[in-house]
Design a protein around this ligand. Structure first.
Ligand code: S3P
Length: 439
């Protein structure tokens, strides 16, 4: 496969309006719950990215009829809570940690065996965080050596509810246990050290499953059924984040991001950018499929370095690559701590960002749980390697808008996992980005 490099450089001030694609987390969950529901659900705003499509393909393999009458639209003919069919072969989650971890919980409750595999990046990611607590519920899941994929899930086991106090703040772990809990006898309770995104809980409630939840805790019992419902997927805050930072950094920018998902467990970057001095104004608040949305108007503003409050870390866990870029342009130092989870994302995001920023002349000190980034030096021209990590690639495309020369960003094909339209939208908004497909 070609690595599909980008050559990025300073473009124009970002102007006009941008509507980013549907939320990845919500798209995964919508396919899963609609597939297990009784009746036909319609999903609008479904993310046409490789991660969500991998989950969709898996449910087709599990016997669910899913029609795709148009872009971003899915009609899911639910099979019912016990209606999935044994797959003939391994189920490929692609690059998607969310897909694999949530499916581990969901498939542990089925009457058949299944195997989950992933791409090279996913095949290195830790799975014991889900298989450990699932085993305590009675699940039988074999991992590869060292607790990584593939996951071999033995079906036909009786699951029992678990009261689980997680040491990690992880929505994926919480969701895996709640999905296993649908099939368990008794009550499943998940407690978290810091609240994480609550899409699974909200969506289970929307599909009619009795569930109680508040920030930091969720509880449900097995033995109910899901009722088909329509889901409107809000625009993904994590995709909007690249434009929030780009417009903040490029002088003369004045950009409107339309109807962005504003779930408070996702908008940590907004608070942090404002603490740094960003000019971002919310307007036109509304609701889409039970999720808050708003327009975000962002104008260029100078930034100052800060200590990122650890309380915001889970609420911006996917936004650190682009925050590091913002920090490199701020006046003074920015310090990130309490973010060791970055080491086990699609790449080691602390190491990958540090290497890339250094290649562009930025001073950054790595720590096990974060980094200290010296602001103000600007970016030189250079070559950075995204290590096939979509958010690293997009973060450096933003950095290039302030670089003194061209930045080559290697290995950007995986941007299609979360933001298939990025290149076109970036061009429309004013970023200078060209594709070197033959690289
Ligand atoms: C996600 C949870 C987060 C996040 C990921 C999506 C989800 O992962 O980084 O992109 O949809 O539940 P963790 O649960 O590992 O923090």
């Amino acid at each position: 496969m070609s690595t599909r490099d980008w050559i990025a450089a300073r473009g124009r001030p970002l102007r006009g309006e941008v509507l980013v694609p549907g939320d990845k987390s919500v798209s995964h969950r919508a396919i899963m719950l609609a597939s297990l529901a009784d009746g036909v659900s319609r999903i609008d705003g479904f993310l046409e990215g490789e991660d969500a499509r991998a989950t969709e393909a898996i449910f087709r393999t599990l016997g669910v009829r899913i029609d795709a009458p148009g872009p971003g639209v899915r009609i899911v003919h639910g099979a019912g809570i016990d209606g999935l069919r044994a797959p003939a072969g391994a189920l490929d989650c692609g690059n998607a940690g969310t897909g694999m971890r949530l499916l581990a919980g969901l498939l542990a409750g089925q009457g058949f065996d299944s195997t989950l595999v992933g791409d090279a990046s996913l095949s290195k990611r830790p799975m014991r965080r889900v298989t450990g607590p699932l085993a305590r519920m009675g699940a039988r899941i074999d991992t590869g050596e060292g607790g990584v994929p593939p996951l071999r899930i033995h079906g036909g086991t009786v699951l029992s509810g678990l009261d689980f106090d997680n040491v990690l703040a992880s929505a994926q772990v919480k969701s895996a246990l709640l999905l296993a809990g649908l099939y368990a006898q008794g009550e499943t309770i998940v407690r978290e050290p810091r609240p994480t995104r609550d899409y699974t809980e909200r969506m289970l409630a929307a599909f009619g499953w009795p569930i109680e939840f508040s920030p930091g805790i969720a509880r449900l019992s097995g033995g109910h059924r899901l009722r088909a419902t329509d889901v409107r997927v809000p625009a993904d805050f994590s995709s909007a984040a690249f434009f929030l930072v780009a417009a903040t950094l490029v002088p003369g920018s004045d950009l409107l991001l339309k109807q962005v998902g504003m779930n408070p467990r996702r908008t940590g970057l907004l608070h942090v950018l404002r603490l740094m001095g960003a000019d971002i104004v919310e307007s036109n608040p509304g609701e889409q499929g039970g999720e808050p949305v708003a327009d975000l108007r962002v104008r260029h503003a100078p930034l100052r370095g800060i200590q990122v409050p650890e309380a915001h870390v889970p609420d911006m866990i996917d936004e650190f690559p682009v925050l590091f870029v913002a920090a490199a342009c701020a006046e003074g130092e920015t310090r990130v701590t309490g973010a060791e989870e970055l080491r086990v994302k699609e790449s080691d995001r602390i190491a990958t960002m540090a290497a890339g920023l250094r290649a562009l002349g930025v001073t950054i000190d790595e720590a096990p749980d974060g980094a200290t980034i010296a602001g103000g030096s600007g970016f030189g021209p250079g070559t950075v390697d995204s290590h096939g990590d979509h958010r690293i690639a997009m973060a450096f495309a933003v950095a290039a808008q302030r670089a003194d020369g061209e930045v080559r960003i290697r290995d950007t094909a995986n941007v299609a996992t979360s933001f298939p339209d990025f290149e076109r939208l970036a061009d429309t908004a004013g970023l200078a980005l060209r594709i070197d497909a033959g690289a």
